[in-house]
Ligand binder design. Structure first.
Ligand code: COA
Length: 386
């Protein structure tokens, strides 16, 4: 029986910062960020669009009442949780009205967390094909103002409904994974911002990609021939391209490279317009490929390369299902991006530095959807604006 992604939706906050404008303000050649790193716009999250609200909005965009009655698990992958103890998933379970006899929890392993969630979801549904699992990746990527990583920030959430007989992507049981204990990117409990050894991290990512592809080839010599495209975890859109070139430099067949590169711009378009959303980045790239690449065909197989610093990597294999294109609303996706308001650098810095605190006056919603309304007795309270 086929198991996999039946629906996929995403949410980005209503603000963005133009990368050319920010680079110029910082005294950096804009081409370094738009060409060298590959980012056009960076999503900026106001306090009302925290990771919980973004997760709820992403999931609300795909779920029907029937889905909510069939979901047995809400799994959230994140590295920007709002609480050391209580999971984002418990908020989302209540906000969306998922049936009560379900479980809800959070998974952490840098940008890899939601991939672990997806695999757990597939395994669960494989044993109980009449049930469904909601998997959400939600994050706000923060390196700090005027830091080396500033151009690789962003915010957003991707939600996926995992079911039997999926209408978008069936996921193979077999995947290829690798763990390698390193400090390339991490955020100790005392630190508000991520710590990163940027050059080491980008090198480690490429090494992990090559290692996994070599391991996959050892197990299944014709696997890579069967992959029409690979989508990548994209902390910045140049990253996957660097990994492909590293694989070629390791002696891989050039024929794969040209085929995989022919889909690369489409698979990174949304990431280029949103920035880094940590756990959701690979799934945003998948959505981008599905929405932007008209050449994709039913039955084609895709590789999904997930990388979480620290480091865990996994290559998942999926197959496009009959009618998959009808499950992706390209016009709605582009309209969701277009609705956003551009910030000046001054406003971006103000929004970036603002902090959630307990106040008598509730926050005002900036648009329709779920939003953080207030914090009372250290408890986050959410509301829905029509
Ligand atoms: N025009 C065009 N390209 C330019 C340029 C210009 N004026 N100036 C620089 N570049 C290119 C560089 O050649 C380089 O490209 P290459 O890597 O293909 O050679 C790219 O822009 C970045 O330049 P670099 O000097 O390496 O930038 P940096 O030292 O500021 O570091 C990051 C860039 C991405 C490493 C840094 O922003 C970072 O640490 N980000 C977070 C780390 C991360 O995301 N790790 C991955 C975790 S999964």
């Amino acid at each position: 029986m086929k198991i996999g992604i039946d629906k996929i939706g995403f949410y980005v906050p209503s603000y963005y910062m133009d990368m050319r404008e920010l680079a110029t303000y910082r005294g950096i050649d804009p081409n370094k960020w738009t060409i060298g790193i590959g980012q056009e716009k960076m999503a900026v999250a106001p306090l009302t669009s925290d990771v919980v609200a973004m997760a709820a909005n992403a999931a609300a965009s795909i779920l029907t009442p029937e889905d909510k009655a069939s979901i047995d698990q809400v799994i959230v992958g994140t590295e920007s949780g709002v609480d050391f103890s209580k999971s984002i998933a418990t908020f989302v379970h209540e906000m969306l009205g998922i049936q009560p006899f379900a479980k809800a929890f959070e998974i952490k392993q840098a940008c890899y967390g939601a991939t672990a969630g997806l695999q757990m979801a597939c395994d669960y549904v494989r044993l109980r094909p009449e049930r469904k699992v909601l998997v959400i990746a939600t994050d706000i990527a923060r390196y700090g103002l005027n830091t080396g990583g500033e151009a690789t920030q962003g915010a957003g959430a991707v939600a996926m409904l995992v079911s039997a007989m999926p209408r978008i992507l069936a996921i193979d049981e077999k995947s290829y994974m690798h763990t390698n204990h390193q400090f390339d990117f991490w955020r100790p409990n005392h630190s508000e911002y991520a710590l990163v050894d940027g050059q080491f991290s980008t090198k480690l990512y490429q090494d992990e990609f090559v290692t996994i592809l070599e391991e996959a080839t050892r197990h299944h010599p014709t696997l890579l021939d069967s992959l029409e495209a690979i989508v990548f975890h994209l902390p910045f859109t140049k990253m996957g391209r660097k990994a492909l070139l590293a694989y070629e430099a390791s002696g891989a067949p050039e024929s794969h490279l040209s085929r995989w590169l022919s889909h690369y711009d489409q698979a990174s378009y949304l990431n280029r317009m949103v920035g880094n959303i940590y756990t959701g980045s690979m799934f945003l790239s998948l959505l981008s490929l599905l929405a932007m690449d008209d050449s994709l065909q039913e039955g084609q197989r895709l590789g999904l390369f997930s990388y979480g610093s620290g480091a865990v990597a996994e290559l998942i294999i999926g197959q496009l299902q009959p009618g998959f294109a009808a499950m992706i609303d390209k016009a709605a996706i582009l309209a969701h991006l277009e609705r956003r308001e551009a910030l000046t650098v001054e406003r971006y810095e103000t929004v970036f530095l603002s902090k959630v605190c307990e106040e008598d006056t509730p926050y005002q919603a900036l648009e329709s959807g779920y939003y953080l309304k207030k914090v009372v007795n250290h408890q986050r309270i959410y509301d829905y604006q029509q």
